[in-house]
Design a protein around this ligand. Sequence first.
Ligand SMILES: [Zn+2]
Length: 92
Amino acid sequence: MFKMKKPKKAFRVITQFPHCDPRILHAPGECEYCDKHWEWQALREAWGIAFTGYTPEGKELPDPATHARGFDNLNTWEGNKATVVGLPCSSN
Ligand SMILES: [Zn+2]
């Protein structure tokens, strides 16, 4: 049986996401902004959730952003692209 009530919102403690779409999280070493949230990257790996742009392997769950919007669609907004150090936006 599942719980029927939604949990309290966590936005009171999460003040900023690395990208405009909070579901986007790039793999370690691929994005300057996401690398600043190394604990979130570690949680994704621990929970078995694919990083943005990756196809899930085995029992891994899909990246929520890619699953909801498709990789090409989520990259149409510059603020959601992986950003390399020294460049405003990469062409990844
Ligand atoms: Zn990123």
